[in-house]
Unconditional design. Structure first.
Length: 633
């Protein structure tokens, strides 16, 4: 799915306010709904109405995208249980015994559980010392809220507390699970949300005969509460969250987690007359103090899977609204800041040779694997979520210095052009290493749709492949198969630059590559345009690129004079790609920008020619003959 259009800046603060209200008031409205409904009825109604509201909202704004793979349906089913069904039932049950204000405070532990799950269960993160401190502080805050030393006096219901914490653990599990298995380009954002909600609704309907729904005594208060809880909390809040993350980035968007518990406490105390004890307020404040510590950037783990794009499992990615499906929140680009560890292939900082404590002579230096850092998809996700389109350039010169220059001035990716550039295999490897050093996503355009050439580029260190003249789904499928480790597909070898010459962890490396390599068909013939619907439905095709030069030649028009015709064909191609959750890229500046998710500017040699010509013309315009003083001298 293509990124959401950038929301109007003046509307973002209003959406942020709405998100904070949704996060804090959900527990308030659940308490009101319990006055006329059982907890089973509330959970059942929220599941159905939430799915319906998302279907309407997402269908109206961006269209519904379904999973392409059977495995993805399985992941969606897991999330429907851990992030919706289980928490919905547990929270509704818990609020029969604990006040809504306390439930809102407990929900602030979601980022703590998310990081704990990422580290302990999925092992996709490694904690820094400050984050370990944050986890301990957060745990201490929970203990202060529970106050076990006072439990005998009846100050808190222990089982209600346990139910709330299990539900927030479910939210945390869902975020880590999404990052590990789900958040690729096939489904993310609102597409993931609507699919998970609908699967949960189907599960709720299927289980209806075994539920003791009983008689629903629905008064006006309960009716309004359940509608607001479902539509406001489970529908609009998802859309607002996506817009805010795109406009502000996840770090600023995550500020809602500080506001939502406050809203919940104010509503509970001021409107419902709930009593909040001093130790509960202190414990809640301690939990919130732990959030910035947890929010410190985590390091990619040895087995990290970057599939959720650039999802930071810390607080920056988690907006603790207890009605939201985990959205693959993506950090903004850091093009003019130090490049994050998880974008750059290469040794992790701690893998560097220590000069202060050198290894004994002859001892082999054990180097940590960097296979988990092959993250072209993650880099593109970050940039798009930050409100920019990834901007690159074609490099055609055999000299890798041009790639280094693009990295130094802040480009996001380079296309190493082996089809038209004078670049041999060794030149390609030099370009690939220069791209890695400069923080650029390296993509290679191979000479032709050849499994041998695709494998060679990937072994050399390419993170993406652009395949020329793809005109049919069969051709696209052939290229995808060549880029994946599987029977009959890419050949196995780790002692290559693309694998950083590592010699261990084959299963982890092959999984990382299969999940994160970008295979991009180049749509540059009329056959490709006519078959675009079938091409973008090929499993493994998540990106396409529009080639205007060869396309104009193929249909016999002038690339510049007949540009309107090319724009029409581009709009057709991009619209179909977006409808199937595929990102579309194109050369920028030719009228394609509006629908382009990513794009390229000129090539290195083209830019050199343009600047050289401009400089020469400027000089000729003011040049004086030899021996004649210039004007003013």
């Amino acid at each position: 799915m293509t990124a959401l259009p950038a929301p109007a800046r003046f509307a973002v603060p209003a959406q942020f306010l709405g998100l904070c209200l949704a996060g804090g008031s959900g527990f308030f409205f659940m308490t009101l709904a319990l006055e006329g409904m059982t907890f089973v009825q509330i959970a059942w109604a929220r599941t159905l109405l939430g799915a319906l509201s998302l279907l309407v909202l997402v269908g109206f704004t961006s269209g519904i995208v379904l999973p392409k793979r059977r495995a993805m349906w399985g992941h969606v089913a897991v999330l429907s249980v851990t992030n919706l069904l289980l928490p919905y039932f547990l929270l509704a049950w818990a609020q029969q015994y604990i006040p809504s204000s306390l439930a809102a405070v407990y929900n602030a532990t979601t980022p703590i559980f998310a990081v704990a799950m990422a580290v302990a269960v999925f092992r996709i993160e490694r904690l820094r010392s400050v984050q370990t401190l944050g986890l301990l502080v957060g745990l201490g805050g929970v203990l202060v809220i529970i106050a076990p030393w006072q439990s005998a006096t009846g100050t808190i219901d222990i089982w209600g507390t346990v139910a709330c914490l299990i539900s927030t653990a479910g939210f945390g599990f869902s975020f880590a699970y999404t990052r590990t298995y789900v958040g690729r380009h096939e489904l993310h954002g609102s597409a993931l949300a609507v699919n998970v909600s609908c699967v949960a609704a189907v599960g709720g309907l299927a289980a209806t005969p075994w539920m003791e729904l009983g008689t629903i005594r629905l008064d006006a208060t309960a009716a309004v509460s359940i509608v607001v809880l479902s539509v406001f909390g489970s529908g609009l809040a998802v859309m607002w969250s996506l817009n805010i993350i795109q406009a502000w980035g996840p770090s600023r968007a995550s500020a809602s987690m500080y506001v939502a518990p406050v809203v919940g406490v104010i509503l509970g105390v001021a409107v419902l007359g709930e009593a909040v004890r001093t130790h509960q307020l202190i414990g809640g404040a301690i939990v919130l103090m732990a959030v910035p510590l947890i929010n410190s950037a985590t390091r990619a783990g040895h087995h990290a899977s970057p599939g959720a794009g650039a999802t930071e499992v810390g607080a920056a990615a988690v907006t603790p609204v207890p009605h939201l499906v985990p959205v693959a929140a993506v950090a903004p680009s850091a093009r003019h800041d130090p490049v994050p560890d998880d974008i750059l292939p290469g040794p992790a900082p701690e893998a560097a040779i220590s000069t202060s404590n050198p290894a004994p002579a002859g001892a082999a230096r054990k180097r940590k694997s960097t296979m988990a850092q092959i993250r072209a998809r993650a880099a593109f996700d970050r940039i798009i979520a930050g409100g920019r389109r990834p901007t690159g350039a074609f490099v055609m010169s055999p000299d890798a210095t041009t790639t280094s220059i693009y990295g130094s001035v802040g480009y996001d990716w380079v296309l190493i052009d082996r089809e038209h550039g004078m670049i041999d295999t060794l030149n390609m490897v030099h370009h690939l290493r220069a791209a890695q050093a400069g923080g650029l996503v390296p993509i290679v355009r191979v000479l032709e749709n050849s499994p041998a050439l695709i494998q060679q580029a990937l072994d050399g260190g390419a993170q993406g492949i652009l395949v020329p003249k793809v005109g049919t789904a069969e051709q696209a499928a052939r290229a995808v198969a060549a880029s994946r480790y599987q029977a009959g597909g890419r050949g196995m070898c780790q002692i290559v630059p693309g694998a950083e010459f590592t010699n261990d962890g084959w299963s982890g490396y092959s999984r990382e590559m299969n999940e994160n390599v970008i295979l991009m068909p180049l749509i540059e013939t009329m056959q490709g345009v006519e078959n675009i619907e079938e091409i973008v439905q090929v499993e493994g095709v998540d990106y396409i690129f529009f080639g205007l030069a060869d396309l104009s030649q193929d249909i016999g028009i002038d690339m510049i004079a007949d540009g309107d015709k090319l724009v029409e064909l581009w709009q057709r191609v991009a619209s179909v790609a977006h409808a199937h959750g595929v990102r579309a890229g194109a050369p920028l500046g030719y009228g394609f920008d509006d629908l382009a998710d990513f794009g390229s500017l000129d090539s290195d040699l083209g830019s050199l020619r343009t600047v050289a010509e401009q400089q020469l013309r400027a000089y000729r315009a003011q040049e004086t003959p030899p021996g004649v003083p210039a004007a003013g001298n």
